[in-house]
Design a protein around this ligand. Structure first.
Ligand SMILES: Nc1ncnc2c1ncn2[C@@H]1O[C@H](COP(=O)(O)OP(=O)(O)OP(=O)(O)O)[C@@H](O)[C@H]1O
Length: 362
């Protein structure tokens, strides 16, 4: 049963479309990442879900409620943490939480118990009597999480929750968010530009561009869409490089493109190039020196090993490894390239406009 359902949700401001025909379903307990460049429509979407701005057309259902007609009920069930949380600076962390509890009509005794529990949960027990004005950015964010949790929401929406926090603080915060989802069934919507963090924590992500959700799914399925020509990229790290190995690898059946050290053809026919010898069907992108300083960025791996990338029509990981070993060279690493959210993001947002919307599993 979905906890959030957006159907053809659209928002226009003075003729400018901020969100255009958004369809999205989020299940209870899911951690969903909203990604996209500035101005893509993420905040507008969140505001419509919270009932803080009315859609021009389309419909939102949050916890079974219509945010436009039942904004107060929605706000009771949904906690929103903006990127810059506002607190009473001259009051303590505990007082701030008790104040939010009062606003949410929680009686003083249970409110105090809950506030103390939450401060413990977010690692601020030692600072509960400290004034928030003296808090670090990381402490404020953790207090922000406690603040949205005090009303026991079903959904929390976090805008850039890890902004300005040190790596250890980020790790703790991400762990906390994951626990809230896994152990307590809380649904989490996360808007962030930190792709690595989003990748670590989100079950699914949605990519927004110019008001449209151009793709959504788990990182694995989005990554598979990058192999839209069904090619597979195999990366190798080899030492003891020699020209014969270059020729063998480029010539493996199924290699569409070779990117590695330049090699000479054995018949003295000059440098390898597309159409030459065994590599007749492969694109060759060679660089001059096999080891030492190389002109090709990233071409030289550690320990004097060289890096070779093969784009293949099928998975040639085993064949490529075998070729290196049979050649007598040393194989340091071989892997089928796994695309990360960075690759996906750059392809979608910087590749510009070549996205097939039907690929999205909204
Ligand atoms: N109140 C408003 N009045 C007019 N235009 C607005 C208003 N709010 C947002 N917009 C416009 O709608 C578009 C989407 O903005 P939105 O804030 O939703 O993007 P965003 O993805 O959240 O960006 P960011 O990552 O910078 O927060 C932008 O072009 C923005 O200028």
């Amino acid at each position: 049963m979905p906890i959030i359902e957006l159907s053809w949700l659209t928002k226009r401001y003075d003729g400018q479309t901020a969100v255009n025909g958004l369809n999205l379903t989020i299940a209870k307990g899911e951690i969903f990442g909203l990604l996209g460049p500035n101005g893509a429509g993420k905040t507008t979407t969140i505001l419509m879900m919270l009932g803080l701005t009315e859609p021009t057309s389309g419909r939102a259902r949050v916890c079974g409620l219509d945010p436009t007609r039942q904004p107060l009920q929605v706000k009771r069930r949904v906690g929103y943490m903006p990127d810059d949380v506002g607190f009473y600076e001259d009051r303590t962390a505990l007082d701030n939480l008790l104040f939010t509890a009062r606003l949410n009509r929680i009686a003083p005794t249970p409110a105090r118990k809950l506030a103390l529990e939450l401060l413990e949960r977010v690692g601020l027990s030692d600072a509960l009597e400290k004034k928030v004005g003296a808090f670090s950015r990381g402490m404020r964010q953790r207090l922000g999480i406690a603040d949205v949790l005090i009303k026991r929401p079903e959904v929390i929406i976090l805008d850039e929750p890890t902004l300005g926090i040190d790596p250890e603080g980020v790790r703790e915060l991400l762990q906390l968010i994951r626990d809230l989802s896994r152990l307590e069934g809380l649904t989490v919507l996360l808007s962030s530009h930190h792709l690595h963090q989003v990748q670590q924590i989100c079950d699914r992500v949605g990519l927004f561009v110019r008001g449209e959700l151009i793709a959504s799914g788990d990182v694995g399925s989005l990554a598979r869409q990058l192999d839209d020509d069904r090619s597979v990229t195999v990366e190798l790290e080899v030492s003891g490089w020699n020209a014969a190995l270059g020729e063998t690898l480029a010539g493996l059946e199924g290699v569409l493109a070779y990117n590695g050290p330049r090699y000479e053809l054995p018949d003295g026919g000059g440098e390898a190039a597309a159409g030459d010898g065994a590599a007749a069907n492969a694109e060759i992108a060679g660089y001059a020196s096999a080891g030492g300083a190389s002109e090709a960025a990233g071409a030289t791996a550690q320990y004097g090993a060289v890096r070779v990338t093969l784009r293949c029509s099928r998975d040639l990981t085993t064949e490529a490894a075998k070729a290196v070993i049979e050649n007598g060279a040393d194989l340091h690493a071989v892997q089928r390239k796994q695309y990360g959210l960075d690759d996906i993001y750059h392809r979608y947002f910087e590749g510009g406009g070549t996205v097939d919307r039907n690929h999205g599993t909204t």
